[in-house]
Design a protein around this ligand. Structure first.
Ligand code: ARG
Length: 464
């Protein structure tokens, strides 16, 4: 079955058919196709194109088709067609000749743009729910180990002590922005193209406004050329996915590092690890490695679609059919990573003692000493030099700050006293001092946890 046979002699080349079909990808749009058809049938009836009996036979046939695909998850494997729109029309024609009137005043160009927008809106909702689930997992991991201290790194060198929850909440912040980005995408996609025809607009008097309400769109598209051919709403959704997947990838990398024997800060649940076929002792963080790796795939899909779009002349071109494979894969991949990451975080064990040991070993309070000297009136640049010298001395003598005698301390600064040594040795007091909004002090962090918990409840409520 073809929707365009009249002009052509003979059959389509079978290899070209296989090359060009999109049913194997766009069959996923079937329920949206049926839903739009239902609403469109009502419009054709009020425009006088369909008789009352034709309308009801079509609605009945659509209902039957919906039931068939809903009850058989493998329905698409048994079917083939040029695309999902062709297949639906073909099946309806088998039920009623009125199906021959169905595509009056419309084209697959406005149809497919409509279905894709519906799909993106639902996919964004779904992804938002998964983002909230991951944030919840991060928050409960933070609450479970609220007091754990680990070294914070810059350049992957030990820098300053931070709370374990502070590390986790950093990812909550990124995810919160990802959530917002997905919401924005859904809002911009919320425009109905139906009624745009193939490119120039429809010439039968369907009521676009009524159609819009029936299909749950916020606005009508305002230009038929644009509506049938831009795919910016997909690119945006894929960018939101690519950035989200990039955040997940960085989180995965952090946890892979922290889980290595060299760090030993965290241990992945066995259920999310795999072994080696050769080395019996291995426990590998494959779940996290795949999350890290798949971010590349999502980014590739995004740049693939942008490249497809960049040279296209105005209005619909068949190149645009490449959009859905890219979109579906980017969204599926990101959703899969979100699901697995939430479980990995939820089952992660931490080794608080190892974290603390690392935080105590790395002169992480050096900045604190310099700042304490600055508080006592020493210019910070001078204090910085002094403490630098002290660290160099400790490294040479293989001493920690705690092991310094009063005499040794005084060699570097006459201000050395018990209070300064406490500053040099207490991670807790170093944390306490980072008490501005966004800092890692225990009271800032517990305030953040509380705020985020409230916000999560809000986010859940505002995800449709
Ligand atoms: N399968 C096509 C796609 O996904 C549907 C639109 C086809 N329109 C056309 N004029 N060939 O883009």
């Amino acid at each position: 079955m073809k929707l365009w046979g009249g002009r052509f002699e003979g059959e389509i080349d079978p290899d070209f058919f296989t090359f060009s079909e999109s049913f194997s990808v766009d069959h996923r749009l079937v329920l949206y196709d049926i839903r739009v058809n239902r609403a469109y049938v009502a419009e054709l009836r009020s425009a006088g194109i369909l008789e009352g009996s034709e309308e009801s036979s079509l609605l009945e046939a659509l209902e039957k088709l919906a039931q068939q695909v809903e009850t058989d998850p493998n329905w698409a494997k048994k079917e083939s067609a040029e695309d999902i729109h062709t297949w639906v029309e073909y099946r309806l024609l088998q039920e009623t000749p009125a199906a021959g009137k169905l595509r009056t005043g419309r084209s697959r160009n406005d149809l497919v743009a409509t279905l894709a927008r519906m799909w993106v809106k639902d996919a964004a909702d779904n992804m938002q729910r998964l983002v909230v689930d991951l944030m919840a997992a991060l928050l409960s991991q933070a609450e479970k180990n609220a007091k754990a201290i680990l070294p914070g790194y810059t350049h992957l060198q030990r820098a300053q002590a931070i709370l374990w929850p502070h590390f986790l909440l950093a990812y909550c912040e990124m995810l919160r922005r990802d959530w917002r980005r997905l919401r924005d995408c859904a809002e911009r996609a919320d425009e109905l193209p139906m009624g745009s025809g193939a490119l120039a607009g429809a010439s039968i008097p369907i009521n676009r406004e009524r159609l819009r309400k029936e299909l749950g769109f916020a606005r009508l598209s305002q230009n038929s050329l644009d509506a049938t051919s831009d795919r910016d709403f997909m690119v945006e959704a894929m960018f939101a996915c690519a950035l989200l997947a990039t955040h997940l990838s960085r989180m995965a990398e952090d946890l892979i590092l922290y889980g290595s024997s060299e760090f030993g800060f965290v241990e992945l649940a066995d259920a999310f690890s795999t072994g080696s076929s050769l080395m019996p002792h291995k426990k590998n963080p494959d779940s996290l490695e795949l999350i890290r790796g798949r971010a590349g795939r999502v980014q590739g899909r995004l740049s693939g679609l942008l490249t497809t779009l960049k040279g296209l002349p105005s209005s619909y071109d068949r190149d645009l059919q490449e959009d859905k494979a890219a979109l579906f894969d980017a969204v599926d991949t990101t959703a899969g990573s979100l699901r697995v990451m939430a479980r990995v975080v939820g089952t992660l064990q931490i080794n608080e003692a190892r974290m603390r040991e690392a935080a105590e070993a790395g002169f992480l309070t050096a900045t604190e000493i310099a700042e304490e000297l600055a508080r006592r009136g020493v210019p910070f640049a001078e204090a910085h030099d002094t403490v630098g010298g002290l660290v160099r001395y400790c490294v040479k003598e293989q001493k920690t700050f705690a092991e310094l005698t009063d005499e040794e301390g005084k060699k570097f600064t006459p201000l050395w006293d018990d209070a300064l040594q406490r500053t040099a040795t207490s991670l807790e007091s170093a944390l306490e001092k980072k008490n501005l909004t966004g800092g890692t002090s225990p009271s800032q962090v517990s305030g953040q946890i509380q705020k985020l918990n409230q916000e999560l409840a809000e986010l859940r409520k505002s995800t449709p």
